[in-house]
Ligand binder design. Structure first.
Ligand SMILES: [Zn+2]
Length: 236
């Protein structure tokens, strides 16, 4: 199975579903990580281009750590992700590049504008990816992929429907997050937040909700038609 994970910023996927990506890889699935924006405003000292280059190399290291099949670096400006025709076609093409059976992205109730835009773009790419007359660089998918939304930062406004037990993959998730060194420093400086402890708390809380040590949470939004089968990457 081919699964594409769309995150708005470099590090969102590692924070919110890094354990699930590792679990998918361990089950033999192909996991693609698509990062919509290039993180080009998150630095107290570097230029936009310099921090974007750092963020890209950190994202590549994290993707390698998790065993992702590929990192799709979409290179939109951080904090300026918009749902327009050009960007929508980029998302459609990413789904096609992965030949995705499943799309996972942010949930639409997330608080951050880039997360909300990414959710809309990735969710709307679901149907369009299978439409022959919408042309992009890669060929259309044979059918529309299934769609799941992932947890919010700090679990805000998110009521889980599915949990993935990531206990076995939690260390790898934390290692992948360590690749995002510049973001760790940035978050410490502006929010006094340490990514390692933040992720430990949220993963343990989702684990508490489902009776395992560490978990990540998802919902499947309403759409039609929907395949009547459980997806292997969500099965225990
Ligand atoms: Zn983000």
């Amino acid at each position: 199975m081919n699964i594409i994970f769309f995150g708005a910023h470099p590090d969102d996927l590692e924070i919110l579903c890094g354990g699930t990506i590792a679990a998918c890889v361990a089950q033999g699935h192909k996991a693609w990580m698509a990062v919509a924006t290039n993180g080009n405003v998150g630095s107290p000292t570097l230029t936009n281009a310099e921090i974007a280059a750092v963020r890209k190399s950190e994202a590549e290291a994290a993707a390698r750590c998790l065993g992702a099949t590929g990192l799709i670096w979409m290179d939109e400006n951080d904090e300026f992700l918009f749902d327009d025709e050009r960007t929508r076609l980029k998302f459609v093409d990413a789904v096609r590049q992965a030949q995705a059976d499943v799309i996972v992205t942010h949930n639409p109730n997330d608080y951050h504008p880039d997360h909300v835009a990414c959710s809309k773009l990735a969710s709307d790419a679901r149907i369009l990816s299978a439409v022959r007359l919408i042309k992009t660089a890669h060929p259309q998918t044979p059918t529309s992929p299934e769609l799941f939304h992932m947890d919010s930062i700090a679990g805000l406004r998110f009521e889980p429907q599915f949990f993935v037990d990531i206990s076995e993959h939690f260390e790898l998730k934390q290692r992948a997050l360590q690749s995002h060194q510049s973001q760790n420093l940035w978050l410490k400086s502006i929010f006094n937040t340490d990514l390692t402890s933040y992720v430990q708390i949220q993963s343990a809380f989702r684990g508490l909700q489902t009776g395992v040590r560490y978990a990540e949470a998802f919902v499947q939004p309403v759409y039609w038609p929907r395949k009547p089968v459980s997806l292997p990457f969500l099965q225990r």
